[in-house]
Design a protein around this ligand. Structure first.
Ligand SMILES: O=C(O)c1ccccc1N[C@@H]1O[C@H](COP(=O)(O)O)[C@@H](O)[C@H]1O
Length: 217
């Protein structure tokens, strides 16, 4: 199988970026969304971005951001990936895809089979669909899991990833059920809300890598 892809999201300090990189994360995520306990200002995210080595991709997470602000923020932070985690329209993704060389990921709250099928309308405009639990107090980052059985039984025709409530204790089972090529954790690698824990990051990456490399084919 392809190399396991592991994203650690909501990082906010140099030490936890270093911990994610040392643990073998392939992607690190910064959240720019004021209501989030993981929110980073543009200046802080740009500063931390310089800490990320070239072999690890920087993901910038935004929620329903205005187009003009999106263009400013992309130029300042220079992410590799833009993760859209709100109600962004497919047409807006199309514009972004056509006018930037960023990877565009669309996060989708998966409630049932119908929502999974509806999400496929983003396929032509997103480089990856990121399946998460439906929105709770926040649009994501709530530590809630979706029904993994829905993904295991789905015929995937787009690149995709699994997010939502993953931690070192459940990620192997999530991968076994879904065969996710990319897993993404935020709440599950924190010691308290918004505070990342280097030991939990290391344990998550190790468990995810072991489970992904054990998949057949
Ligand atoms: O992390 C946040 O605060 C956040 C805010 C708004 C939208 C998404 C957010 N987080 C992303 O949601 C998924 C799942 O997170 P969790 O592991 O369940 O906490 C992940 O991509 C987070 O980065």
């Amino acid at each position: 199988m392809a190399a396991p892809l592991i994203k650690i999201c909501g990082l906010s300090t140099p030490a936890t970026i270093d911990a994610a990189v040392a643990a073998g994360a392939t992607h690190v995520g910064f959240v720019h969304f004021k209501p989030s306990p993981r929110h980073l200002s543009i200046a802080r995210a740009a500063d931390l971005r310089d800490r990320v080595p070239a072999h690890v991709k920087t993901v910038l997470l935004t929620v329903n951001m205005e187009p003009a602000q999106t263009s400013d923020i992309i130029q300042t932070i220079r992410p590799d990936v833009l993760q859209l985690h709100g109600q962004e329209a497919p047409e807006w993704l199309q514009v972004l895809k056509e006018h930037s060389d960023l990877e565009i990921w669309k996060a989708i709250g998966v409630k049932d089979q119908a929502s999974l099928e509806q999400a496929q309308r983003y396929k032509p405009f997103a480089h990856r669909l990121l399946y998460d639990a439906p929105a709770g107090a926040l649009p994501g980052g709530n530590g809630l899991a979706l029904d993994w059985g829905l993904l295991g039984n789905f015929r995937h025709e787009a690149e995709w990833g699994l997010a939502g409530g993953l931690d070192a204790g459940n990620v192997a089972e999530a991968i076994r059920q879904t065969h996710a090529p990319l897993v993404d954790a935020s709440s599950g690698v924190e010691s308290e809300r918004g505070v990342k824990d280097p030991d939990k990051i290391a344990a998550f990456c190790e468990a995810a890598r072991a489970a992904m490399t054990a998949l057949p084919g």
